[in-house]
Design a protein around this ligand. Structure first.
Ligand code: PLP
Length: 391
């Protein structure tokens, strides 16, 4: 650290230079991220209220009240206006908190959690942190959790099930109605990870696509992760955890006597929490309403259809699964998908590579012309790989 400070102007110039290597959502090259450029209005609200700490609710009672309103609006979207919950840093924190809650509620029963193989790696972190035993359940031919295997794996030590409403790899939705029935039958906690799907699935029926049941309308669902910083267009960081009831939400409450806002009980992992994230999300929900989010989803799904149709036309490629959400999984049994990803990355496309497929997430920052250009490069790259490998 240097002795005397630099001027703000010097620092700004330095930062501009130092950050040149970072990609920007607005350049249309980021094809593999589940985050997007936050809406300008969300950014404005976030910066205006950057000092709010909703982890000391006695100091910021109005922000705390607006967090409750945010949770009620999200609850309304997920078929439960009386849901309780919090705005957090993201889906990982929400999933860890959900399993902490499950462990606390079922502490006398056991420590085993059944999760699909497709679950996000945050569940592995949760298991390690919370000393839970994770049993991974295989997937069926449609990449959803295999319900029969899941039922067979339930033991007296099982306390919770996890279902995914929009998997990280492919956007597949697990059969949550069946998971809900199984959870009720065996008295298990059911957590649904809709970090990505939570801001897409509720709007699909409004654009003439079939929605899939996944939310609190299913009686066995105890908690849901839903991330405003993914398809909710809010700022990074904003994640969300919603619980069916205040009773469930308060399972992990810790009493804090010393805060300057007065004694309180906190039921989140962190103490200090960004009120600005809460307010930006509140503002986005108010500004967009169901209609605004429907428009966002409509555009993303149109782009998804466009890319999916183009992939189907390239003989060497195919879709790993028919997209339900705005995620396209590109695979091939003719050329190496790893080589394809490597060469596309060299051309500047930031995409995600999984074992069997390349994942493209059609987020709101992507426009038709970006995908059009990508399709041109995709076709070219496939031909080059074929020529190089004499296929
Ligand atoms: N859950 C799902 C289904 C995800 O796809 C992701 C991230 O991609 C997460 C949870 C974790 O979210 P975050 O990166 O905000 O912690």
């Amino acid at each position: 650290m240097q002795d005397s400070g630099l001027s703000q102007q010097e620092i700004k110039q330095k930062l501009e230079k130092l950050l040149q290597q970072d990609l920007s959502f607005s350049h249309g090259r980021i094809l593999g991220s589940m985050c997007t450029m936050p809406h300008n209005f969300a950014k404005e609200i976030f910066t205006a209220y950057i000092d709010k700490n909703v982890g000391d609710p006695g100091l910021f009672p109005a922000t705390a009240e607006l967090e409750d309103q945010t949770i009620s609006m999200l609850g309304d979207l997920l078929s439960n206006r009386s849901a309780a919950g919090f705005i957090l840093t993201g889906g990982s924190e929400a999933n860890i908190l959900a399993l902490w809650t499950a462990k606390t509620l079922y502490k006398n029963k056991g420590n085993e959690v059944l999760i699909p193989e497709s679950a996000h790696f945050s569940f592995d972190k949760a298991a390690s942190l919370l000393d839970l035993r994770i049993k991974k359940i295989t997937l069926d031919k449609n990449y959803a959790v295999n319900i029969e295997e899941l039922k067979n794996q339930i033991s007296p030590n099982t306390i919770a099930l996890v279902g995914i409403a929009g998997t990280t790899a492919l956007g597949v939705v697990d059969p949550i109605p069946e998971l809900s029935r199984v959870a009720q039958e065996h008295d298990l906690y059911l957590h649904v990870d809709a970090a990505f799907g939570g801001f897409v699935l509720p709007f699909l029926h409004r654009i003439g696509r079939s929605g899939v049941p996944f939310d609190f309308s299913l009686p066995g669902v105890c908690s849901i992760t839903i991330d405003p910083h993914k398809m909710g267009m809010s700022v990074i960081p904003s994640g969300g955890i919603l619980y069916r009831s205040a009773r469930i939400a308060s399972a992990v409450k810790v009493f804090v006597p010393y805060l300057s806002g007065g004694e309180t009980a906190l039921a989140t992992i962190v103490g200090t929490r960004s009120g600005a994230s809460v307010l930006a999300t509140w503002a986005m929900l108010k500004h967009f309403g169901r209609q605004g989010y429907t428009e966002v989803v409509k555009r993303c799904m149109e782009l998804t259809d466009y890319l999916a149709a183009a992939v189907k036309e390239i003989t060497e490629l195919s879709l790993l699964a028919e997209p339900v959400l705005n995620i396209v999984g590109i695979t091939s049994n003719i050329i190496s998908i790893q080589e394809l990803a490597k060469n596309l990355r060299k051309k500047g496309w930031a995409l995600s590579l999984f074992d069997k497929h390349i994942r493209i997430v059609l987020m709101p920052h992507l426009k038709h012309e970006h995908i059009q250009k990508f399709i041109v490069h995709l076709k070219e790259t496939v031909l080059n790989i074929k020529a190089t490998n004499k296929i």
